[in-house]
Ligand binder design. Structure first.
Ligand SMILES: Cc1ncc(COP(=O)(O)O)c(C=O)c1O
Length: 384
């Protein structure tokens, strides 16, 4: 069994990415969605070969990524994807914008489900569309898609739905039934569903993750998936994502995208993604999932011990924790005080939507030592 362990803080401080450059050295950075693990050996070897041979030109039109991805999702989720219905681009955000531009007219409305990954708001705007917010329903033990709210948004003319599956920041793997109901609803109104599945490779094995396009015929008729190896394998800076269709109409939309959209795929990103999605990387990915499982539970124990009054539910996927600190007397925006006084950088909940007041998002894709120190620092803050 392969163990995947985070680098030490001294090693991490040698990195030059956003996570390690945004704040001074006394701040523990648990904000942006990068992880603190070494590269998977398979990915590292593939990138090393590319560097050694100077293989840094344009991505080839004939490349094995779509086939490799199709085999990956077949093995992991039992999802049958036709590689001919896949196109690549630079990143998931760009994939979402390019699809939105083609499925909604300027000024038409797109549903987002707060609290949600903050750039979703900007992406809808970048595509020239208008936002409709239909917040997830907090049942007290889970977050659920508000199907009645979405029906009413569609009745009012919304033309597309931006789904986050698994959901960032709550880490929710949406139940198959609710995805099927969403698909039926969207199909009834002939609205597109764009399913951002960037965190899907990090769904815990017991979470029952279902790719949106695997849900039902209606889902395949109106759905697009945008996916990447970048979150699980920490490759965001290399720029490679995939847009997936499952039906002739949606595939035609992807085929009609300007060739420049595909040309923006990073060559090193593509090489890394082929290695990441290959069968040889699976032992590493399973090791990472075990480490993240330990981390999400450790975080729960630490919160119970040091931050009574905080509310945290184990995420089903990924390495992001959504924590309600509103009972702790740290103010409306606890992230601000936590940064200033505890020297821990978290994402402020309000960035994800008004529902995030009093919340923070914490990145636990790191070592147990860093997680422990972060919670102990927060616990030491005077409250009132
Ligand atoms: C749900 C979600 N979508 C998209 C992104 C950004 O992906 P990319 O860098 O491929 O645009 C992130 C990054 O954290 C994310 O969490």
């Amino acid at each position: 069994m392969l163990e995947v362990r985070a680098l030490t803080i001294d090693e991490l401080r040698q990195r030059s990415s956003e996570k390690w450059r945004e704040y001074p050295a006394d701040v523990l950075p648990l904000f942006v969605a990068e992880t603190d693990f070494p590269l998977a050996p398979t990915v590292r070897a593939a990138l090393q070969r590319a560097i050694d041979t100077g293989d840094t030109g344009y991505v080839a039109s004939r490349n094995p990524l779509a086939e490799t991805y199709a085999r990956f999702v077949q093995r992991r989720f039992g999802w049958e994807v036709d590689p001919a219905r896949i196109r690549s681009t630079a990143d998931v955000s760009m994939g979402i914008v390019e699809i939105l531009r083609r499925v909604v007219q300027p000024g038409e409305r797109v549903v987002v489900m707060p609290p949600v990954y903050p750039p979703f708001y900007d992406l809808v705007d970048e595509a020239g569309a208008e936002l409709v917010r239909v917040p997830l329903r907090d049942t007290g033990s889970a977050w659920e898609i508000d199907l009645a709210g979405i029906r009413s948004a569609l009745q009012d003319g919304a033309r597309a739905i931006l789904l986050c599956n698994p959901h960032n920041p709550t880490g929710t793997v949406h139940a198959r039934d609710s995805l099927a109901a969403l698909a039926e609803l969207a199909d009834e109104f002939d609205a597109a569903v764009i399913s951002d599945e960037i965190h899907a490779p990090l769904a815990q094995p017991d979470a029952g993750f279902t790719p949106f396009l695997a849900v039902s015929e209606p889902a395949r008729r109106i759905g697009y998936a945008v996916v990447s190896a970048s979150k699980a394998f920490n490759l965001a800076g290399l720029k490679c994502a995939l847009m997936v269709g499952a039906d002739d109409r949606t595939t035609a939309v992807l085929r009609r995208l300007p060739i420049e959209v595909v040309w923006r795929t990073g060559q090193l990103g593509l090489i890394a993604a082929v290695a990441a999605f290959s069968e040889e990387s699976e032992e590493w990915l399973d090791g990472l999932l075990r480490t993240l499982d330990e981390n999400r539970r450790l975080l729960g124990d630490l919160i119970a011990r040091h931050l009574p009054g905080a509310r945290y539910r184990l995420p089903d996927a990924g390495y992001l924790a959504w924590i309600d600190l509103s009972g702790l007397g740290l103010g409306e925006e606890p992230a601000r005080r936590i940064l200033r006084e505890a020297r821990v950088a978290l994402n402020a909940g309000v960035g994800f939507g008004a529902e995030g007041a009093g919340h923070v998002r914490l990145n636990f894709g790191t070592s147990p030592e860093i997680i422990t120190e972060a919670i102990e620092r927060i616990a030491a803050l005077p409250r009132g």
